[in-house]
Design a protein around this ligand. Structure first.
Ligand code: GLV
Ligand code: GLV
Length: 336
């Protein structure tokens, strides 16, 4: 018998075809909706492999429901929706899709920075609502120029580096904070400086978040840290919503501790249409689409499929999250 695979959403080609070539595949036949908890628990029971999205919470209960499960391949770079220690303990390989969406997210981050500082979304709304009712004037919809400003990157992984590369062409100074100093990057990108987080927040005109969500980064940007930012500074988040304390951010915007924000991720997704964040003209909102290029989404599907198939073949997957699992359950070919 061929290995059994559950896929929690219709993902782009060639991902699905690759899986179907070598496995018996059950797909949750929807482009829009994840399976319910019951559907997930029922479908996972006899499966060797799971291909999930960031909308599926994969915890001990799911793993216990699937005694044959050998690999959890997520169609995302983030893996905060998966309980990694529980997977490792059970000898389940967890894989993700780094690299293939780096450029898409970096491009989007630059877009958000320009959108919020140059007030592009606000400007569009002004025309559509008939408020462009006076001739050209020197003060209308002005915002800060990027050139010469300081941009602070919180987290300098793949996406942080790709963002820094793009931003350096704007002749800005770049500060970064990470758990490790990236000498290799500093030698390639000019005008970069390593600082502690508080200094970064105090000095930056734009603060952009590029850390994964972990216990350590949960509410990393809290009230105290938002208070350290300049009144003229902007906060950009394309990483994960819970890295920022939303309540504190709303307070910061209401009381003018910062100049604005551009957000692609939220503590609650979807963000309710009447959420306090929707009330500010100086906030640009996007529905978790930073990786949404046609190219990235196709490559993510391909990499997620390659990861999954590799583990079933007993081969090292291209992007393994929990390396320690190799000691718990060595790679071994499943009948294919
Ligand atoms: C998107 O948020 C991802 O983690 O890939
Ligand atoms: C994640 O950090 C990526 O760029 O793939």
């Amino acid at each position: 018998a061929r290995p059994k695979v559950y896929v929690t959403r219709i993902i782009p080609e060639p991902g699905l075809s690759m899986l179907k070539e070598c496995c018996d595949v059950v797909v949750h036949e929807s482009k829009d909706w994840p399976p319910s908890r019951e559907e997930l628990l029922r479908n996972i029971r006899d499966k060797d492999a799971l291909l999930c999205l960031l909308t599926d919470k994969i915890d001990a209960e799911v793993m216990d429901a699937a005694p044959n499960l050998k690999v959890i391949s997520t169609y995302s770079v983030g893996f905060d929706h998966i309980d990694i220690p529980e997977a490792t303990k059970r000898g389940i390989y967890v894989t993700h899709t780094p690299g293939v969406l780096t450029d898409a997210v970096a491009e989007f981050t630059v877009g958000l920075i320009l959108a919020v500082t140059r007030r592009i979304v606000e400007a569009d709304k002004i025309i559509r609502t008939g408020q462009w009712d006076k001739p050209w004037n020197p003060y209308f919809l002005t915002g800060p120029e990027l050139k010469g400003k300081t941009i602070g990157l919180v987290g300098l992984g793949r996406i942080g580096v790709a963002t820094a590369k793009r931003l350096s062409s704007f002749d800005v100074k770049i500060l970064y904070y990470d758990i490790e100093r990236r000498w290799d990057v500093e030698t390639v990108i000019p005008n970069m400086e390593f600082t502690d987080l508080d200094t970064l927040l105090e000095k930056s005109d734009i603060v952009s978040i590029h850390v994964p969500l972990t216990k350590e980064t949960y509410h990393l940007i809290n009230e105290e840290r938002l208070r350290k930012m300049k009144k003229t500074a902007y906060l950009i988040n394309t990483a994960r919503g819970p890295v920022v304390d939303t309540e504190a951010l709303v307070k910061a915007l209401k009381e003018g501790w910062i100049a604005g924000a551009a957000l692609d991720v939220f503590e609650q997704e979807p963000l309710p249409p009447n959420h306090p964040l929707t009330k500010f003209d100086n906030v640009v909102l996007a529905p978790h689409i930073a990786s949404a290029t046609i190219e990235a989404r196709q490559r993510m599907a391909e990499l997620a499929a390659r990861n999954l198939i590799a583990v079933l073949k007993g081969e090292m997957p291209p992007a393994l999250v929990n390396k320690e699992v190799l000691k718990v359950r060595p790679l071994e070919k499943v009948k294919m």
